[in-house]
Design a protein around this ligand. Structure first.
Ligand code: FRU
Length: 487
């Protein structure tokens, strides 16, 4: 039975993937081969390959019975799909193999993940979540540990939900393994629990490492914890975040805290928190450290409770991952930089220099899958920016308003699908603004001022919307603009 559910899913994908409509399929971002994907899972470099697993419903382009899809890459940009790694087929995970992480031990690849089991008729209320283990000799074929779960409901402390407890992030420090689980305190405060083990099988609860004090969402999902330089960083994805400023306008957000973790006490101390991404579509990221010593993060480039035109239009797929981003700590803040491997895929370079902009004008470049690198001198402009994926009636607008110090990403006229704008405060540096923008069919990722802030969003323009315009109210100057198609 165990293998049959996985092979059934593989067969279904193979027999149905010709039904995918490619209109919005991305060129240089990871997607599933068919159906729905959400969170990145088990991100790790193992025996020469980067492995990325993902939450996957292989049967339909909507969330459903969660499997673990699997892809490998040598360079984090081009991915090959492998057979389904986990299917929901045991008593402890029969309604879903939910998110989790991967770790190498004795040359084997281990997965810690959440088994989701329905316990009644109300899908939203009646369920149980337990933590499970699976392992593989070759990193491809996974066997579930025979005595799952390894963390059961009776190991949940009193002050924590025994129902919402999921998404183990597991790593080793010294001789001990630690796992971090997203949960809540039963009083609408998200929290992270820490467990410790010597063997990945027997786990002991240590403490609640961090928790919302009413300001950080009702339930925390997908914790990720790692050290960077001499600090520890905690990333969580809180559900039902109360909108407090421009920075948190999605109902589900993703935040990071820089602080320090006391492994003995199981306490994470931090002063404040910031969004990981300021756009529309970014959630549940995972990080890993690679052999080059880089901390790399990949996020789910979609979001819950949004419109998914690739589903509603019958394109038979939904969901994609962000460009892998290197995480850099500078002056207590995280900066994000697209991994340098993306630069190998640049073709057709165009360089434009010293362009004075005083109104709106069409630039002599276009495309639907490209990278732009731009340095602006704001001069005396009140507002300036770019319009991407432009045709006669569609445009996606990136603008900067000087007096408000606001950078704005507006998708009201981007095409079909979600609408709205996201804005965030950005300081000009010596009256200058630097942007690195990645457009890939239905995605836009904007890295502002060397990755000090990032905005990620999905758009669904018409195929002929390939124009690029610059505009300025008052005079501004594009000191240099470089464009590459990415193939
Ligand atoms: C986050 C999440 C996780 C869960 C998974 C289910 O997006 O809700 O908490 O494990 O998705 O697919």
């Amino acid at each position: 039975m165990y293998n049959s559910k996985k092979r059934e899913a593989d067969r279904y994908i193979k027999n149905n993937k010709y039904k995918i409509n490619n209109q919005y399929r991305l060129n240089y971002h990871l997607m599933g081969e068919y159906g729905w994907i959400n969170d990145p899972n088990g991100f790790i470099q193992y025996k020469d390959n980067y492995h990325l697993f993902y939450q996957h419903n292989p049967y339909e382009a909507v969330w459903g019975p969660m499997h673990w899809g699997h892809a490998v890459s040598k360079d984090l940009i081009k991915w090959d799909h492998l057979p389904i790694a986990l299917a929901p087929d045991e008593d402890f995970d029969r309604n879903g193999c939910f998110s989790g992480s991967a770790i190498e031990k004795d040359e084997k690849l281990y997965i810690t993940y959440t088994g989701h089991v329905s316990t009644g008729t109300n899908e939203k209320e009646d369920y149980r979540q337990v933590q499970c283990l699976a392992y593989s000799e070759d990193g491809i074929d996974f066997t579930k540990y025979k005595c799952n779960p390894v963390i059961d409901t009776n190991q949940v402390p009193n002050n924590s939900s025994s129902k919402d407890i999921r998404d183990p992030k597991t790593y080793k420090v010294g001789d001990s393994y630690y796992t971090f689980l997203g949960s809540n305190d039963k009083c609408e405060n998200g929290q992270v629990l820490m467990y410790k083990s010597n063997d990945l099988i027997n786990w002991k609860f240590v403490n609640v490492v961090a928790k919302s004090r009413g300001e950080l969402g009702e339930n925390w999902e997908c914790p990720d914890l790692f050290s960077l330089q001499d600090k520890d960083v905690l990333i969580v994805s809180p559900q039902y975040f109360k909108v407090s400023s421009n920075d948190f306008t999605n109902i589900y957000s993703c935040v990071y805290m820089v602080g320090s973790l006391d492994y003995n006490l199981g306490k994470f101390k931090y002063d404040n928190f910031s969004p990981v991404d300021y756009g529309f579509n970014f959630y549940a990221p995972q990080t890993t450290m690679d052999s080059k010593g880089r901390r790399i993060m990949i996020g789910w480039m979609t979001m819950w409770e949004k419109e998914y035109p690739t589903y509603s239009k019958g394109h038979n797929w939904a969901g994609a991952m962000t460009i892998p981003r290197e995480v850099i700590l500078k002056d207590g803040k995280l900066y994000f930089k697209p991994v340098e491997e993306i630069e190998k895929y640049r073709i057709n370079e165009v360089v434009l220099k010293d362009i004075e902009i005083n109104k709106e004008e069409k630039l002599d470049i276009n495309g639907d899958s490209y990278e732009l690198e731009i340095s602006y001198d704001a001069k005396e402009a009140d507002e300036f920016g770019l319009k991407l994926r432009v045709n006669d009636y569609e445009e996606t607008v990136l603008s900067y308003i000087k007096k408000d110090k606001q950078f704005i990403f507006n998708i009201d006229n981007s095409g079909v699908g979600q609408k709205g704008q996201r804005r965030t405060e950005v300081d000009l540096i010596n009256n200058k603004l630097k942007l690195r923008i990645f457009v890939d069919k239905c995605s836009v990722e904007v890295f502002i001022n060397d990755g000090e802030k990032v905005m990620t969003g999905l758009i669904y323009p018409s195929e002929d919307a390939i124009g690029i315009k610059a505009f300025s109210k008052g005079k501004s100057n594009i000191e240099i603009l470089k464009k590459w198609d990415i193939k």
